[in-house]
Design a protein around this ligand. Structure first.
Ligand code: TPP
Ligand code: MG
Length: 232
């Protein structure tokens, strides 16, 4: 039984490697994989609920020296995640956090801090898909008129996330390339994230429907590869 699991796991990992590594476009699966892959092992990765925690579980590559991964609420509950990241960083372990735009905005006051004190090493990667991308995976997304679905489920928002972060005095970079994100997170080994103090990296992600399609294609490819590996 364990041997079959190993065969299935290897087949799934080959597909994810093939489809996600060396891709420049920052889809949500690529962002998740890059965050866990590029964060130095002496850091902590703090994950928001909604899609970040799911995408990291589904799409990150196995890594023996992975950083410790922390979540404050599990799979649900988008509140307080930036505060949690800040608290972990203040304990001395530098942090890279991965949060959605709504989770980021929900906890915007986490960035209000005493003047003149040192800043902890806390990099927050915000996946900005303009609202709650997770809800487009619900069957209601296909059953309701788009305006009704948006009003009842999708929680659309149009805040300029980077401007909000800059307004709170946080060094902010908009990132649109996976290799650039990896370098900014310290994946190249020369500039650890801790050296940057407080920092926000904003990734503008594909829209909600495209995100569902991207997830569906990956799931179908993994399923096919696993079935093939197990039957041969
Ligand atoms: C405090 C709180 N309010 C509302 C919700 C309901 N909720 C679950 S996921 C979600 C959307 C989160 O959006 P975002 O952080 O942008 O992540 P995405 O779904 O786009 O990955 C919401 C509003 C919740 N879980 N917790
Ligand atoms: Mg979102």
């Amino acid at each position: 039984m364990a041997a079959r699991w190993a065969v299935a796991e290897a087949a799934a990992q080959r597909v994810l490697q093939d489809r996600l590594d060396d891709r420049s476009e920052l889809t949500e699966p690529v962002v998740a994989r890059t965050v866990l892959g590029a964060t130095p092992s002496d850091h902590a990765v703090v994950l928001a609920s909604s899609m970040p925690v799911r995408d990291v579980e589904w799409f990150s590559a196995p890594r023996r020296d992975h950083p410790v991964v922390l979540v404050n609420r599990g799979a649900n509950g988008i509140d307080g995640v930036v505060s949690t990241a800040m608290g972990v960083a203040m304990s001395g372990r530098p942090v890279v956090a991965l949060v959605g735009d709504l989770a980021f905005l929900h906890d915007l006051t986490a960035w209000v801090r005493p003047a003149g004190t040192g800043e902890p090493g806390c990099t927050v990667v915000v996946v900005d898909n303009g609202g709650g991308g997770i809800f487009s995976f619900l069957p209601q997304a296909g059953a309701l008129a788009p305006e009704t679905f948006a009003a009842l489920f999708a929680t659309p928002q149009a805040v300029d996330v980077a401007a909000a972060a800059r307004g709170l005095g946080v060094a902010t970079t908009e990132v649109s390339d996976a290799a650039h994100l990896a370098v900014l997170l310290g994946g190249s080994g020369d500039v650890p994230a801790a050296a940057h103090g407080l920092r926000v990296l904003v990734v503008r992600a594909p829209d909600h429907r495209a995100n569902v399609r991207i997830h569906g294609e990956l799931e179908a490819a993994v399923t096919e590869a696993v079935e093939h590996a197990l039957s041969s």
